[in-house]
Design a protein. Structure first.
Length: 137
């Protein structure tokens, strides 16, 4: 390896190391249009084709974003946002397929219409979902 390639490699490693730890904390709440919180599921932030961060939705609808470790935040940038696994659980003791509660468009980054620029104002991004036309309680 020639000297210039080695120096370039060292600079690249330094930039990667310096760039780490720049994540921004991001929280929010997922609710339906009637104000009812989503009680489970995931919020997914997608940047380009190569970076994804997730946040687990708690029973009160709140979530905290994680990229590498739990609740470590996400790097600044523009993200497409979507949700997954927003289901109505079957009655206890009944074997049944889960039923989606939100409009299916919110389960796809290209159709959800949800976008977030990180850092977001107040480090918060709330999501309001339209209910599934057939399955919402």
């Amino acid at each position: 390896m020639n000297r210039y390639a080695f120096i370039l490699l060292c600079l690249l490693v330094c930039l990667v190391v310096v760039g780490c730890g720049k994540n921004k904390k991001l929280t929010g709440k997922v609710t339906f249009t009637d104000g009812t919180p989503a009680k489970s599921g995931k919020v997914i932030f997608l940047q380009g084709d190569n970076f994804m961060a997730t946040g687990e939705i708690k029973p009160d609808g709140s979530y905290k974003m994680s990229s590498e470790r739990e609740n470590d935040g996400i790097p600044p940038g523009d993200y497409k946002v979507y949700v997954s696994s927003i289901f109505k659980p079957p009655p206890a003791g009944v074997m049944a397929m889960p039923v989606s509660l939100c409009d299916p468009k919110f389960e796809n980054p290209d159709t959800s219409g949800l976008k977030c620029k990180v850092p977001a104002p107040g480090n918060k991004y709330d999501i309001v979902l339209e209910p599934h036309p057939k399955h919402y309680p």
